[in-house]
Design a protein around this ligand. Structure first.
Ligand SMILES: CSC[C@@H](O)[C@@H](O)C(=O)COP(=O)(O)O
Ligand SMILES: [Zn+2]
Length: 206
């Protein structure tokens, strides 16, 4: 398979994102998956079962927007969650899914959603310009049936205007952005804000 320059650039950026995310302890074992949409609409995505902190360019593969492999490799088990988001949001170009402890703790403590408001760091989120903002991060029950889970997420997203990410209970966070860097910024900000809420609720020591 002859990969395009766009693919190679995205693959290197996803590998580097993985190193950073792993340095935070957010992708233990072989957990997590990442993707980036290329200008021609195809998607560079992590192959299944690799350690996401030690990714090599060969661990990134190419799929079409319906999740079909274009290079014969096996994509993430959660590919359907990525393609559903790309179909819904034409402007997003990257999706990151870590298994961060804070996201998991949040899902054990809060109910169907966690609300984040009056934090300066909310301005790290796309198009938010003031701390006087409230964002809602929904929490969905985990499900090994990915098409069914993708449908539940998609139905929820039909009902809201802005959404920066969602938590799968006991599992991890999905977040996205208009670039890999923006998705990384959203991930780091959300994890920090989850940490604030967990400390407020006495789950973590201040
Ligand atoms: C190591 S368990 C984690 C997996 O079940 C899954 O949730 C995950 O995030 C990674 O799956 P992958 O197929 O490598 O993309
Ligand atoms: Zn996962």
């Amino acid at each position: 398979m002859q990969y395009s320059q766009d693919f190679k650039t995205a693959a290197i950026a996803l590998c580097n994102a993985g190193k950073f995310i792993d340095s935070k302890g957010w992708v233990p074992a072989t957990s997590g998956n990442f993707s980036a949409r290329l200008p021609d609409g195809t998607i560079a995505i992590t192959t299944s079962g690799k350690h996401k902190g030690h990714l090599q360019v060969e661990d990134i593969m190419l799929i079409d927007h319906d999740a079909n492999s274009l290079d014969g490799k096996k994509s993430s088990a959660e590919t359907g969650l990525h393609t559903t988001l790309y179909k819904r949001y034409p402007t997003i170009q990257a999706i990151l899914h870590p298994h961060s402890i804070n996201a998991i703790l949040v899902s054990k403590i809060f109910g169907d959603v966690i609300v984040l408001e009056n934090y300066e760091l909310l301005k790290a989120m796309h198009s938010i310009t003031t701390h006087e903002t409230r964002i809602t991060v929904p929490i969905f029950a985990n499900d090994q049936d990915i098409p069914r889970l993708a449908h539940v997420v998609d139905q929820y997203l039909d009902t809201v205007n802005d959404c920066y990410g969602y938590i799968i209970a006991g599992h991890g966070l999905y977040t996205w952005g208009e670039s890999i860097l923006e998705a990384l910024r959203h991930l780091e900000a959300l994890d920090y804000l989850f940490d604030c809420e967990l400390r407020l609720h006495g789950v973590r020591k201040p």
